[in-house]
Write a protein that binds this ligand. Structure first.
Ligand SMILES: Nc1ncnc2c1ncn2[C@@H]1O[C@H](COP(=O)(O)OP(=O)(O)OP(=O)(O)O)[C@@H](O)[C@H]1O
Length: 297
């Protein structure tokens, strides 16, 4: 059952917030939706899930257009942490509402996770700590049994233990191969080692779709030192400079081939070393403007 987002567009206050966003997701994937603050991640999740109407495009679940066949919406679950509804309700009240909305709701799983993480069922959610509130939202999303879960900054501002708990719940869910989870984040470091794919948003557009395994096999991060301060043109044409400090330049090459290695050798660096490549490097490579490199120089 594939989820397909086709040419999704959304304008807010006459401003194009999302433009021609297209991608597909399959069960078993953990996907990061990554971009700077305000780029449109939450709007994308809201639009896919029908909380905002798109101005153009479609969302299809197994070929069914959600606007024409809204019953398929229960295949998706997006819990907006900012929804006022949660603040005045208790865990049990929210559970009852979600059970009514999601036919496949798994109450046994819900109860088991609430007990395991010692959340108090009859306390109003506004009295929960941020970490416990987020933990509760994850448990709720998981218990809906919707094959596609959308989580907006689920790890933001949480301590190490709560993060670990949330990640272990999510990884368990995806490992079964029956569900996909999309995690919106502006913090790549948080998603390192968690997601196997990263969708990069910039200016409301999807600018990159990284399959991380393939990417790791093809990409290289190289530190180079040159005799003078002149930056060889090749570094900008074949790669993306992510750091400049004096004569030391760090470059990410997305497609590092033997030919490119030979061309790089021909630029005659006085020192060259491969560095471990992280997800954050790709983020910087894609979102940092030339002006930012100059600030680093
Ligand atoms: N209801 C709204 N009314 C007016 N502007 C809005 C509304 N919702 C979103 N926007 C604007 O749309 C843009 C995208 O916002 P959105 O919340 O989707 O970004 P985001 O990537 O999730 O940001 P963050 O990482 O800060 O959560 C922003 O410029 C925001 O100000």
């Amino acid at each position: 059952m594939i989820l397909a987002i086709e040419q999704l567009g959304k304008r807010i206050n006459q401003r194009a917030t999302l433009t021609e966003i297209s991608f597909t997701v399959q069960p078993g994937q953990m996907v990061g939706v990554v971009g700077r603050n305000g780029v449109g991640k939450t709007t994308l999740f809201r639009t896919i899930n029908g909380q905002c109407l798109p101005d153009s495009g479609h969302v299809l679940v197994a070929g069914h257009d959600l606007q024409r066949e809204p019953a398929y919406r229960t295949q998706l679950c997006f819990i907006d942490p900012l929804a006022n509804y949660f603040r005045g309700a208790t865990i049990q009240e929210v559970r009852r509402d979600y059970q009514a909305a999601y036919p496949a709701f798994d109450q046994a799983k819900f109860d088991q996770l609430i007990t395991r993480y010692q959340l108090v069922p009859n306390r109003k959610l506004r009295h929960f700590s941020k970490g416990n509130f987020n933990l509760f939202l994850i448990i709720l999303a998981v218990a809906t049994n919707a094959p596609y879960l959308f989580l907006d900054e689920p790890l933001d501002g949480l301590d190490v233990l709560v993060r670990k708990n949330i990640l272990s719940i999510l990884i368990d869910e995806v490992a079964g191969g029956q569900r996909a989870i999309l995690l919106a984040s502006h913090n790549l470091a948080e998603l390192e080692g968690v997601v196997d794919r990263a969708l990069i948003l910039k200016d409301g557009r999807l600018v990159n779709d990284y399959q991380l395994e393939t990417m790791r096999a093809q990409a290289r991060k190289v530190q180079l030192v040159y005799r003078d301060k002149q930056v060889p043109k090749l570094l900008n044409t074949a790669g993306r400079i992510v750091h400049v400090s004096g004569r030391v330049i760090i470059v990410v090459f997305e497609h590092y081939t033997p030919e490119l290695a030979a061309q790089l050798a021909a630029t005659e660096p006085v020192f060259q070393e491969e560095l471990p490549l992280s997800l954050t490097d790709l983020f910087l490579a894609n979102l940092t403007d030339q002006a930012d490199y100059e600030l680093l120089a």
